[in-house]
Design a protein around this ligand. Structure first.
Ligand SMILES: [Zn+2]
Ligand SMILES: [Zn+2]
Length: 349
């Protein structure tokens, strides 16, 4: 089968790899229909930190090809979303709805046969991982497939930022980050009823999508100037909900400073060298929550229905499309900000 392979810094290739097979009876093999490149893939693309000659990708939708004898959730032919974490579905962590932190699970994107940017994928713990999509997948438009694909990561991760920040109807929410996750966080804040949504975007193409998703204001300043701007917009009190979708030290620092006393900062950006003013947060009663998104819980609870009903159309974050043969260009275009997010058309339903 064809698979995207990491060859070194800024070097991706499409190579032939053995098609994965059932290893454990809890496994499912998926024929990938659509996959994509994630902002987090750019970390190893730019700086290394991934196995050279290893497979890549953690976001996919596809058709079940075969299942082990323990798999009851899906059968061959079913159309499924593959959330970026795999999880047992049975332990107290999974039952509490935080399966992305399951001690028996892990993440796709490393290991042979476990990369989503490939023609076939092995899914461990299928019963606790897969999200089965009801309906006739052959009738889904390209737009619908793109929106379903966002439910493997970015839409559900944006939703986690909003849920962690406890966005309520009428709130003023501030969203840090204008990558696909930040844009989906805007859409999620809107879905939860925020009446004013301030996006920290300073790119015209991304502001346009943010506006479609419900952003009402933009702050292009950074650091102390951004803090001053948000305080000025909120009568000096700060925002009711803060959604942090970047992970950098500056973004986190600014996010904690623009939170109104009593607000929660919902964090989904992978933290890099972040420090927190714990005493300062204490006196302002500001909370910090968030982490890897429990994609499956949100998909099954709400988001899959919202997408299938057409209430939300998060798939517009994909602004360019490639095949596996074009994997180098799919990464390069995102790295050079020529596209918000690269879609990979792998096969047809
Ligand atoms: Zn991702
Ligand atoms: Zn578990």
């Amino acid at each position: 089968m064809k698979a995207a392979i990491y060859k070194g810094v800024r070097q991706m290739a499409c190579e032939d790899r053995p098609k994965p097979t059932i290893v454990e009876e809890s496994d499912a093999i998926i024929r990938v229909v659509r996959a994509c490149v994630c902002g987090s893939d750019l970390w190893f693309y730019r700086d290394g930190g991934h196995d050279v000659d290893g497979q890549t990708g953690h976001e996919a939708i596809g058709v079940v090809e075969s299942v082990g004898s323990d798999v009851t959730i899906a059968k061959p032919g079913d159309f499924v979303i593959v959330p970026f974490p795999f999880s047992c579905g049975k332990c107290p962590v999974c039952k509490a709805g935080f399966e992305s932190s399951c001690p028996h699970g892990g993440y796709f994107g490393s290991g042979d046969g476990m990369g989503c940017q490939a023609e076939y994928l092995r899914v461990p713990e299928a019963n606790g991982t897969l999200v089965v999509v009801p309906g006739d997948a052959k009738s889904f438009s390209d737009e619908m497939l793109a929106s379903l694909l966002t439910l493997s990561d970015v839409m559900s991760t944006g939703y986690h930022a909003a849920a962690s920040a406890e966005v309520k109807p009428g709130d003023t929410a501030v969203v840090f980050g204008d990558g696909a996750v930040g844009l989906c966080a805007v859409l999620s804040a809107k879905l939860m009823g925020a009446s004013r949504i301030i996006s920290m975007s300073h790119h015209a193409d991304r502001q346009e999508i943010a506006r479609k998703f419900g952003a009402t204001d933009f702050v292009e300043e950074r650091g102390d100037e951004a803090v001053a701007k948000v305080l000025e917009m909120t009568d000096g009190y700060g925002a009711d909900a803060v959604l942090e979708c970047v992970g950098s030290a500056l973004s986190n620092d600014t996010a904690m400073k623009v939170a109104r006393a009593g607000a929660v900062v919902g964090r989904v950006g992978l933290p890099h060298d972040v420090e927190a003013d714990i005493p300062g947060l204490f006196f302002r009663n500001v909370g910090l929550r968030g982490g890897p998104a429990p994609v499956r819980t949100y998909d099954m609870r709400r988001l899959l229905k919202e997408v299938l009903d057409g209430t939300i159309n998060p798939g517009i974050v994909y602004t360019a499309e490639y095949t596996l043969d074009g994997i180098q260009e799919a990464y390069a275009a995102m790295d050079e900000r020529r596209t918000v997010k690269s879609l990979l058309r792998v096969s047809e339903v």
